[in-house]
Design a protein around this ligand. Structure first.
Ligand code: BG6
Length: 479
């Protein structure tokens, strides 16, 4: 890892929304907290006819709060702009010259592709041809490329994209981002599981009855996303990536170290063990929905069959999880934005309280609240004080905000710092991407055999969603 030398962070798509909303605020935050090597630069790349000042002016108008910080002007000193047409080979040679000219000496470079997915491969091919990806030996300055999602649209396209990209640069240079992996609580999943002797012994099919994971959103098609979203749908937009990444961390075996290879080896085993939905009864495993009014959204086909809600009952066919349902759900226009993992434990083997045939509400669950109100809840039953035996639920809860009086860094900040430091642990390897598409493709193929339920905005999605739970297995959590 060559972290001592500065990095030029080159953002392709510098005039876009992601740059203004996430990337620049994240870099600025890392900068003013001293997390970046001195001399680190941000180089914006786009088609607009700006110079450095024009780009700085654009940032001043679009980035928001960070521009009020006393160190913003100092940060801007390291901000440059190179006008580049991404389909023009000569422009990349010019970019190479401009980057050399701006560099204070030897630099690492991170090329962040915040552009449309169809531009990933052509831009990397042009960078390669212009010599921008060439690295000297193992100790020389590093050249790294960050690729946003979506990475492919199915297994076939993701595999071809992997092959083509890996013909131009090494896997160690390629950072496939899933910003969920940068969220504190997602990372905390590994600490919670593998640092505490208390929970891990119970974390398997012997004690766990069911796991449910939700990525719920209150928003819909804001920021003109209708056109893109209508070609993607909830299964591709969130389930294939964010949901399956959270599932992998919840279900993986302990890695032998926190090195990227060991973590990714374990995650990919989980993804590989996900049972394909081929040959299963689609209606018992998949529920899809579309919120009312979706077809009238700008950019959306008035006859669209695209799902804005998807719920699935998945199984991980391995020793630890054999037979345990993993219920996955995501939807737009739900009543709240919340992401959580609820691990529900079995009833004790012998029922002392209540009849054996009663469909008890399971007393024991661990809920990892990923966002908002990050934290962890543990529930159990207690005896209510007084005569007789009245049993009541109780809860222990841990809140990040209460325990640590400091702001949680944005996911992008953590991930950008990791790329700058050359740590790939929180990025997705090619085989992980392919395995998650393999399963998602099987789901999407079967999904078409299920009805597309309409659901009201601000509701918890189709009622049919709860039918994925078996008798006595409970139901979806609501916020
Ligand atoms: C993106 C999806 O990857 O994640 C969006 O494309 C979604 O549709 C977003 O809104 C959710 O991210 P977060 O961090 O707000 O939960």
């Amino acid at each position: 890892m060559a972290t001592a030398i500065p990095t030029q962070v080159v953002i392709f798509g510098a005039s876009g929304d992601l740059t203004a909303r996430k990337l620049v605020p994240a870099l600025f935050s890392a900068f003013h907290q001293g997390h970046l090597p001195g001399g680190t630069q941000l180089i914006g790349v786009a088609r607009r006819p700006w110079d450095d000042n024009g780009f700085r002016e654009h940032l001043a108008q679009t980035v928001g709060k960070p521009t009020e910080h006393p160190r913003w002007a100092e940060f801007l000193g390291g901000v440059h702009y190179v006008r580049t047409h991404l389909d023009t080979a000569e422009d990349y040679r010019e970019l190479a010259r401009a980057l050399d000219a701006a560099a204070p000496g030897p630099v690492n470079r991170v090329f962040y592709l915040a552009v449309k997915p169809e531009l990933f491969l052509p831009s990397v091919a042009h960078m390669h041809a212009a010599g921008l990806l060439t690295q000297d030996g193992t100790n020389g300055p590093r050249r790294r490329v960050v690729v946003e999602k979506p990475f492919g649209a199915d297994l076939g396209s993701a595999t071809v994209l992997n092959q083509n990209l890996l013909g131009l640069l090494g896997e160690d240079q390629l950072y496939r981002i899933d910003h969920y992996l940068g969220k504190e609580t997602v990372q905390n999943t590994l600490v919670f599981r593998f640092r505490n002797a208390l929970f891990e012994p119970l974390w398997n099919q012997k004690y766990v009855e069911l796991v449910q994971i939700t990525v719920g959103e209150a928003i819909g098609m804001e920021n003109g996303r209708g056109g893109f979203y209508d070609t993607a749908g909830a299964a591709r937009d969130i389930l294939q990536n964010h949901l399956l990444q959270v599932l992998a961390l919840v279900a993986m075996e302990a890695p032998s170290s926190m090195q990227a290879k060991d973590i990714r080896d374990e995650k990919v085993k989980v993804l590989r063990a996900l049972r394909s939905l081929d040959g299963l009864d689609a209606r018992k495993h998949i529920v899809r929905g579309q919120y009312e009014g979706y077809r009238a959204e700008p950019g959306v086909d008035p006859q669209s069959q695209t799902e804005t809600y998807i719920a699935a009952r998945a199984y991980i066919d391995n020793w630890r999880w054999g037979g345990v349902p993993f219920l996955l759900r995501t939807g737009k226009h739900l009543p709240a934005r919340f992401t959580s993992v609820k691990v529900q434990f079995r009833m004790p083997p012998h029922t002392l309280f209540g009849g054996p045939d009663e469909c008890h509400l399971r007393p024991n669950a661990i809920t990892l609240r990923i966002q908002p109100n990050d934290g962890i809840d543990i529930t159990f039953d207690v005896k209510e004080p007084g005569q007789g035996l009245v049993i009541q639920p109780a809860k222990l809860n841990f809140d990040y905000a209460g325990r640590f009086q400091k702001a949680t860094p944005d996911a992008y900040e953590r991930l950008l710092i990791d790329v700058i430091n050359g740590d790939q642990a929180l990025f997705i390897r090619s085989d992980e991407i392919e395995q998650s598409w393999r399963w998602t493709d099987s789901l999407r193929a079967r999904m078409r055999e299920t009805p597309l339920h309409l659901y009201g905005r601000n509701s918890w999605g189709p009622f049919a969603g709860d039918e994925l739970f078996g008798e006595c297995e409970g139901r979806w959590v609501q916020g």
